[in-house]
Design a protein around this ligand. Structure first.
Ligand SMILES: Cc1ncc(C[n+]2csc(CCOP(=O)(O)OP(=O)(O)O)c2C)c(N)n1
Ligand SMILES: [Mg+2]
Length: 338
């Protein structure tokens, strides 16, 4: 038997070779699933997709920094890689895209990517951006009152930090020193609006001082850097030392959603420059340099990702649609008898 080489000394000491490969796998599978969603949309087989492409380093780094299934996560629509790393399945994702019976988060009544999963402690997201922030702060308050050691992590885009709920939630978390992490995934744009039309400060994290909590900026395309920062925030929260604002700088390398045409507001050169900083390519190079990932292993992971995506698509396509009456179930109370 050959033993896997130990990770290099500059990698996080608590992550084994298997953990590192699992992180890479989660990023890779998310990307392949995401690419297929775009293809299905362009083929006219699904009606909507909103993508995590480019954000995988941020999201997988954050997921691995948590106690998955123990801590609470209040995600936003772009969190495909985060959800997969927490245990959400490709089939569940495809059931959402196709709107099929048995879709686990809402029985296919919600839009795709409005994640929730009771067993994974993932709390449902509303469509109005930033409403998840007070929800997560409230959860963190419950954790504190119960005296348990769970952390509540919530995610948001940089543009949505202009919403009042973001200020209210962060202020509340700071005042009450809650076990709370706000992970801002700064991808430079809010649909077509660039960050410099959203705020006059260079970093969202600069605003942390106004709440009296630490604000940390991290390279969101460096999965291990994000892991370290979010792990430190989670450790801090668990010690009772309060919340942290983490800003991961990344880039959305595709349009905002399947319904957006980004050629109207940014140049191809800008997008191409960011594609050169792809978090998956970067992590693969680090693993290869460390002797942790061979060309054969890489090819095997690619084949496994494609097989899982194919199987998920076939399963979802073959499944029935919900009955029409199901659309209103759970929305309105049944009429009261006269
Ligand atoms: C209150 C509210 N206003 C507007 C929208 C429409 N909307 C959906 S996503 C989005 C952009 C959000 O950008 P950002 O927060 O930077 O996140 P990103 O999509 O870039 O990850 C907008 C304006 C909404 N859902 N809710
Ligand atoms: Mg954004």
């Amino acid at each position: 038997m050959t033993l896997a080489p130990a990770p290099p000394a500059d990698f996080p000491a608590e992550l084994s070779s298997a953990d590192l490969l699992e992180m890479y796998w989660q990023m890779l599978r998310s990307r392949r699933l995401d690419e297929r969603a775009w293809t299905l949309h362009r083929q006219g087989k699904i009606v909507f997709h909103i993508s995590a492409m480019g954000h995988e380093g941020t999201q997988v780094g954050a997921a691995f920094a948590l106690r998955r299934g123990h801590d609470y996560v209040v995600p936003y629509y772009r969190d495909l890689a985060l959800l997969l790393a927490l245990g959400f399945t490709p089939q569940a994702f495809m059931f959402g895209l196709f709107g099929k019976q048995g879709e686990p988060t809402s029985g296919a009544r919600q839009m795709p990517s409005h994640w929730s999963d009771r067993a994974m402690n993932v709390v449902s997201t509303s469509s109005p951006v930033a409403t998840q922030i007070p929800h997560a702060a409230g959860l963190a308050l419950a954790m504190k009152l119960r005296g348990d050691d769970r952390v509540a992590l919530t995610c948001i885009g940089e543009g949505s930090t202009s919403q009042g709920e973001w200020y209210e939630g962060l202020n509340w978390a700071a005042v009450h020193q809650l076990p709370f992490i706000c992970l801002v995934q700064n991808n430079v744009y809010a649909i077509s609006v660039p960050m410099d039309q959203q705020m006059r400060v260079p970093n969202v994290a600069d605003r942390a001082a106004a709440f009296g909590l630490p604000g940390v900026v991290v390279d969101g395309n460096d999965v291990l850097a994000v892991y370290r920062v979010v792990k430190a925030a989670a450790d801090r929260a668990r010690r009772g030392d309060g919340p942290t604002l983490v800003e991961a700088k990344t880039y959305r390398v595709v349009p905002h959603s399947s319904d957006d045409d980004d050629r109207s507001y940014r140049t191809r050169a800008e997008v191409e420059a960011w594609k050169q900083r792809d978090p998956i390519v970067r992590f693969r190079a680090e693993l290869e340099a460390a002797g942790l990932l061979s060309a054969a292993e890489q090819a095997a992971l690619e084949a496994r990702a494609v097989a899982e995506v194919d199987a998920a698509v076939q399963f979802a396509q073959a499944a029935p649609y919900p009955a029409v009456a199901h659309a209103a179930e759970g929305v309105y109370a049944p009429p009261e008898a006269d």
